[in-house]
Design a protein around this ligand. Sequence first.
Ligand code: AMP
Length: 211
Amino acid sequence: MKRIILLGPQGCGKGTQAKFISEKYEIPHISTGDIFRYNIKNKTELGVEALKYINDGNLVPDDLTNRIVEDRLKQEDCVNGFILDGFPRTIPQADALREMTDIDYVVLIEIPDEDVIFRLEGRRMCSGENCKDLIYNINTSPKPQNEGVCDRCGRGLYQRDDDKVEAIRKRLQEYHEKTSPLIDYYGDKVISIDGTKDIEEVTKDIFDKLD
Ligand code: AMP
């Protein structure tokens, strides 16, 4: 079984690595941030509620977030495992998750705060419906071939409101206060990975540990 949690500050490469892990082990990539953004875009009740918190860089309340994950883990594609990206982010969320399922691995991708700010400020997303999995970065890589435009579909790129610098600082503070205590919480299950290396090297380090 590969029931995996990915931990690490925003911008450490969780989303990118989650995609590779998901493909290799054929398990679904569950990102609470993506679920919230999908609902915000489609103006669902959940989206309207979540938006109140997300744009300012605050966490969405635990009970709302826990319910979403519980529903998602009940779906059939999670029978052989899953990779949780962005959840749990607090001790109460980890307690709730423990009631839902066992966890086999906790992968912690570590990078310093300055790198987080540099990377997140450069992050750009495609506004096209079919490119939700594409993440560009004008400070690091992959840079778009033409500035401000998606390589795949040609639509405009945008910066997430929560990737603006004030929100980034708030999110980092939230990470240190509320999420990093999870490293001790999961103790021996935690596999530490140096997230400052190139993407391919980080992927290799993760696969070496999970194989
Ligand atoms: P992410 O894409 O993981 O950085 O998530 C974007 C935003 O969604 C976060 O800054 C939070 O406001 C919210 N969010 C995502 N996952 C959680 C979670 N597990 N608990 C609370 N809020 C979350």
